[in-house]
Every structure is written in structure tokens, then in C-alpha cells.
Design a protein around this ligand. Structure first.
Ligand code: PLP
Length: 377
């Protein structure tokens, strides 16, 4: 066999080893996707587009309808962009990769708040950039500003933000976003703002964009998508926007690879962004699950977690059980039939487990009961 890219073996696949479908009867707290069906109006829009013959190539960045819809949607967070500076890609992940390909050179360092969603590390390694994991504060999973400043070197090129956060469930305060924006401005860094969970917030402070602070607009790439808020994980739709100059690079990435998202999904994406009721209903359901799940987790011996402020994950400390997180996750599956993600799959996540509440209240109750009985024994 000819030789391969010598880097590819180092990239890793994040949670993949703990994501394989578990045997029947296992309660799965592993999967990071809502268990809701995509709203009917979106499905109908895609079907009609197919019936209407939208089968061919079209505008690479996305048609005007979907780009306008994204620009309009973002105004709700006080993000004001020209629709011409919006690219709709095959998923938020693809948009993140475009951002990195456009802004980074091999060897450039990017600050991640640890534990960070592992795909960031994989993407950075794919393009030869270097993830720098800065631990968040253990008590509430919010960023540690002194540690962030200390991690910056002459090679640092970007800070990656994700608030509401996967895996921690933290939603950063406006004052924290402001300070991180100032740190980026002082050091002339890009900010990659992954806002995919932006509407899934339960506390008083909402998602805040760095572009709303001085020095933020000219250095922030705002990246999001349809997967979580509209229950559209399998549709593979994401967006990215930022300063016009850098968006030219992003357009080059898309034109040189995916070309565009499926033409018949563009209108459906626009329809989703105009929906009022379903995203609200999904949020109400997540709010209920978060209350129940966190309450039950607190009753399990040896496990504790801050109450999630956003997204749909509980990141719990299991060190008081005397097990490390890999042993915990392995034995929880074998002895209690509950599937969780061990935190040490992410640098900085040692001693933690991630549990998703993208599953029903019934499953949440059953899974917590099993964990409680198992640990009591
Ligand atoms: N960003 C974060 C923080 C995520 O947790 C996920 C999915 O788990 C994604 C991006 C992926 O988004 P998409 O499905 O649009 O690629």
C-alpha cells in the first residue's frame, strides 16, 4: 500500500468509541442529539423542493433565500451581517473546519476551554494546527481568565468559544465574553464562536456574541447550525459568517470541496429559521428534563454536578465513587446497563462523565434509578 498522510493517525475520533449502539435495554445518555422529530413544515418544504425539481447545482454559498434567513435570524442576538457574507455548509462542523482552514496555518495554536467537545481537536489536527487546552473552573465550568492569558504564546492565533457549552452545560456571562473578546483583541486573535446551542439556555443570562463588544466584530467568525435547536442533526446544515474579507476565504473552501448543500434543503433551512412554536416547545421540554435529571443525579451516591445553564448535557464529577471515569463508564454499562461518556476522552475531563438529556424523561428516570441502585450496592 502507498504511504498515507502521516498525520491522519493522530487525529482521533472523539467520543466514537463510546457511541456505538448499546445492546437493547440499555439506557443511553451518550448521544448528543434531540430525540424530537424535525418539525413537519421543514420536512414538507424539502419534499416540495424535490417535487419542484430543485435537483441541480446552484449558488455555492447557499441561495439568497437561506442566506437572507440566516442573516435575519442572527439579528436576534444583535449580530448584524450582510447576507452576502453568509455561507451555508453541510453542518456546523463543516463550517468550523472552513473557519480553521481559512484563518490558520500549520503550527498555529488555538485556545480551547477544557474539557472541550473533542471534534475541535480533531479538526485542528487535520489541518496541522495545535489545540491548547485551558482548563475551565471546576466548580462551575466557566473560563479561567488568568489561565487563558497565561496560555497565550507568540503562536496563538485563535480562541474557540462554545457557549452554551458541550460538554459542560455552562453559559458564559456577558462579562466573561467581553473579557475574552478583549483578550483576543489585545493579542490580535481570531474568535471562532460556535453558537450551535444559542437558544438552549435555562438561566437568566442568554447566549452573548463577541461581536457585540468592542473589537469583536472584525475578528469573530460566527458559526452555528440547525442540528440542535430545530432537531435536524441528520440534515447536515450549518452556517458561518464573519468579516467580508475572511468570508471570501470561507467561500473558497466550500467552492473547492462540498460545492454547496443539497439544493432542495436550502428552502427548508429558511423555513426552519422562521418557525416560532416548535423550537419553543423543544426548549420547554429540555427545561423540564434538566430539572428532573439534575435533581435525580444529586441523589446518586458519589456523583455531583453543577446545574446545567444551557445545551442538554450534565457533566458530573464521579471521583467520590473511587473509580476513574473510564472504569465508571465501562462498569455502568456492564453492571447497570447505562451508557455514559467518560470525560477523559477530552483533555481536562478526567474524573467526569457526560450525560445527555436528548432522551425522554422516562429514560432519564430509569437510567438514574439504575445508577443509584448500582452505586448503593
Ligand atoms: N458544535 C458543538 C459544540 C456540538 O456539540 C456539535 C454536535 O454535537 C456540533 C457543533 C455539530 O453540529 P452539526 O451537526 O451542525 O455539524
Amino acid at each position: 500500500m502507498p504511504s498515507m498522510n502521516s498525520n491522519i493517525g493522530n487525529v482521533g475520533r472523539g467520543f466514537a468509541s463510546f457511541m456505538t449502539p448499546a445492546p437493547e435495554g440499555v439506557v443511553r445518555f451518550t448521544v448528543g442529539q434531540p430525540d424530537f422529530r424535525t418539525p413537519e413544515a421543514i420536512v414538507e418544504a424539502a419534499k416540495s423542493a424535490l417535487d419542484a425539481g430543485e435537483h441541480g447545482y446552484t449558488r455555492s454559498q447557499g441561495n439568497e433565500e437561506v442566506c437572507n434567513a440566516v442573516a435575519k435570524h442572527l439579528t436576534k442576538y444583535d449580530i448584524h451581517v450582510d447576507a452576502n457574507d453568509v455561507v451555508v455548509s453541510p453542518g456546523c462542523k463543516q463550517s468550523l473546519l472552513y473557519a480553521m482552514m481559512t484563518c490558520l496555518n500549520p503550527g498555529d495554536e488555538v485556545i480551547l476551554f477544557a474539557p472541550a467537545w473533542p471534534s475541535y481537536e480533531g479538526m485542528l489536527k487535520l489541518i496541522g494546527a495545535v489545540p491548547v487546552h485551558v482548563p475551565v473552573k471546576r466548580e462551575n465550568y466557566h473560563p479561567d481568565m488568568a489561565a487563558t492569558r497565561a496560555a497565550i504564546t507568540s503562536k496563538t492565533k485563535a480562541i474557540l468559544l462554545n457557549s452554551p457549552n458541550n460538554p459542560t452545560g455552562a453559559v458564559y456571562l456577558p462579562s466573561e465574553i467581553e473579557e475574552l473578546t478583549a483578550i483576543a483583541a489585545e493579542n490580535d486573535l481570531w474568535i471562532f464562536d460556535d453558537m450551535i446551542y444559542s437558544d438552549l439556555v435555562y438561566g437568566e443570562h442568554k447566549y452573548t456574541s463577541p461581536v457585540t463588544f468592542e473589537g469583536g466584530k472584525e475578528r469573530t467568525l460566527t458559526i452555528g447550525g440547525w442540528s440542535k435547536i430545530w432537531a435536524m442533526t441528520g440534515w447536515r446544515l450549518g452556517w458561518i459568517t464573519g468579516p467580508a474579507g475572511v468570508m471570501e476565504g470561507v467561500k473558497t473552501c466550500q467552492a473547492s470541496s462540498a460545492t454547496h448543500i443539497p439544493a432542495f434543503l436550502m428552502g427548508a433551512g429558511a423555513v426552519a429559521l422562521g418557525l416560532e412554536n416548535e423550537p419553543k416547545e423543544f426548549l420547554e421540554e429540555f427545561t423540564k428534563r434538566r430539572e428532573i435529571f439534575h435533581g435525580l443525579v444529586e441523589e446518586i451516591p458519589g456523583i455531583s454536578a453543577p446545574k446545567p445553564e444551557g445545551a442538554f448535557y450534565i457533566l458530573a464529577d464521579i471521583t467520590a465513587t473511587g473509580m476513574d471515569d473510564i472504569e465508571f463508564a465501562t462498569r455502568a454499562l456492564e453492571e447497570a446497563s447505562v451508557h455514559v461518556i467518560p470525560g477523559s476522552l477530552m483533555p481536562g475531563g478526567e474524573g467526569l462523565i457526560r450525560m445527555s438529556y436528548g432522551t425522554s424523561v422516562e429514560q432519564i428516570r430509569e437510567g438514574c434509578k439504575r445508577l443509584k441502585n448500582w452505586l448503593q450496592d
